[in-house]
Design a protein around this ligand. Sequence first.
Ligand code: PLP
Length: 365
Amino acid sequence: MQAQYEAFREEVLSTVSDVLESGRYTLAERVRSFEAEFAEFVDAQHCLSVGSGTDALIISLKLAGIEPGDEVITTPFTAIPTVSAIIAAGAKPVFVDIEESTYLMDINKALAAVNERTKAVMPVHIFGNVFDVEALRSELREDILMIEDAAQAHGSRIRGRSAGAIGDLGAFSFYPTKNLGGYGDGGAIVFEREEFRPRIERLRQYGMVDKDHIVHHGINSRMDEIQAAILLVKLKHLEAMNRRRRELADVYVSELEGYLLFQEIPKDVVHNFHVMVGRVIGDRNALLERMTRREIQCNIYYPLPLHLQEANRFLGYQVGDFPITEKLCGEVLALPMYPELPEPLLRRTIEVLRSEMGEMNARFG
Ligand SMILES: Cc1ncc(COP(=O)(O)O)c(C=O)c1O
């Protein structure tokens, strides 16, 4: 985070100062500019900003007209907020397993889970890989909304189309660590259909039509001008930052062949490498400990499948229900990945990983 702040410090400080001088702090001209520029970036007709990625998902789901007992299909291999949003919107999360190679929702399993209670399907573009929304859409009942969880997929593409801008609605997060991150919380919803616009505008601000009239209750989920101003600065550099992530990913993949098994990227996908994940075919936890001891920060996304989280126990799932997710949660290891990653640290990470795995005799292939 600090390395990126250093890279943009002057521009950020100057724009934040302009906002403070302006006297307008939420949903004003910088927010509108950011919405217009982000819509253009993902090539969507509309973009409306909200307070977080979670809110972007909740508000998108509310457009599905959910009633008690309605279901939303997603995967248990994702960040907690994907599921929290479904619960907050009043629906029941229905999990389907992922593909072992891409870590993305298994289309056939999603189709098999559809029933008359299904209101939405919410695939997650996990780590920046892109789920084939068009392929699922073509098989899906028309009244079911396709909501893309694109919180990790800024700038990822499939067949030239931007992740998030393919389904009915796409939800983005601008949490600081995201590929496009502010210095606080933020989110956005992108979509094509004009009719969604006034509904989202009302939902994000108390249900207000104008300052004296509400037609239904909403929430407060406004983006503030400071975040919008910072995001406008960083959006100009997003393509270059993603390009650098792809270069780093190429080095990891070529240098660690036979050590880690990397996420497969479908041939028509451009990945943004939000997270660089490899699978350890051996004792992953021991390797993580060894890397930590050598002062290389690796992480696990995600150690516990969501169907086995305590908060989701009421859904009635059990160990063994989603074997691929469960297997991956025991194998994945995220390597240091950010555009400003210094070359010596990249080289050292590779060397340390190779030597520690050598000692553990964990190589394969
Ligand atoms: C896949 C996924 N969905 C949703 C979210 C929620 O975004 P936020 O933290 O901005 O609420 C995140 C980010 O944490 C995420 O990674």
